[in-house]
Design a binder for this molecule. Structure first.
Ligand SMILES: O=C(O)COP(=O)(O)O
Ligand SMILES: [Mg+2]
Length: 228
């Protein structure tokens, strides 16, 4: 008997339409029908991947905020301290800059452990202030994330794998950016979509020819039901 391998999937750049934004609706059916756990591992705030799982119709196995929040379906783990990130953004604002998401800021509103800054905002002062608080800034191609260097997606999926009794060596991951490197290092087999940044491409076992969801759908076709 062959079965589908467990999946670890990034969202932005990976499940997105080839135009670069918005979930590609073609991923819904294959993921709902997938015959093994599907973990969504993202830099986005916790409610986003939970909602994505909910609307796809799959169990909520979620790494959010680049590993800062981990949900095993039973327990939520917070692995980083939001106060440090908040102090950085307060200093950034006090210096005359803005996070760039408008007054209600739904990007950060429900964040628990890190802060995201719009890519149109100046990064040099952000990096400087972050460094003075012992935090790093990563650029996912979708946002700058001010975060603790320690937690990452890879550690988050280890927590979930323990809980759902999945062997990480059996997992197949797809991603597009530097925040997926730790995922790629944790799983048995990793793919970077063609639009991936250099860090993700260097860390992946294989770089795909297709971009965004076209790449992910090509991987699903290949690995489903024990395929190579
Ligand atoms: O939140 C981001 O900047 C990127 O999100 P992702 O990890 O799902 O690609
Ligand atoms: Mg991504």
């Amino acid at each position: 008997m062959t079965v589908d391998p467990p999946l670890v999937l990034d969202i932005d750049g990976t499940l997105t339409r080839p135009q670069g934004w918005g979930i590609d609706p073609r991923v819904f059916d294959p993921l709902r029908e997938w015959d093994a756990p599907v973990v969504v591992a993202t830099g986005k705030a916790f409610p986003y991947p939970v909602a994505l799982c909910h609307f796809i119709g799959i169990p909520e196995l979620v790494v959010a905020e680049n590993g800062g929040v981990v949900y095993t379906g039973d327990d939520v783990f917070f692995t980083a301290d939001r106060e440090a990130a908040r102090a950085v953004t307060e200093e950034y604002r006090a210096a005359g800059y803005d996070l760039g998401w408008g007054p209600e800021d739904t990007v950060n509103r429900w964040r628990e452990t890190e802060i995201a800054v719009n890519l149109e905002q100046p990064i040099d002062p952000l990096r400087e202030i972050a460094a003075s608080h012992g935090l790093e800034v990563i650029d996912t191609g979708y946002a700058y994330h001010v975060k603790d260097a320690a937690p990452n997606k890879g550690e988050g999926i280890e927590t979930i794998a323990d809980h759902v009794d999945v062997n990480l060596g059996d997992c197949v991951a797809v991603g597009d950016s530097i925040n997926d490197v730790s995922t790629f290092e944790a799983v048995g087999r990793s793919f970077a979509v063609a639009n991936a940044d250099e860090a993700a491409k260097a860390a992946a076992d294989e770089v795909l020819e297709e971009i965004h969801a076209d790449g992910t759908l090509a991987v699903l076709e290949r690995v489903r039901n024990g395929g190579a």
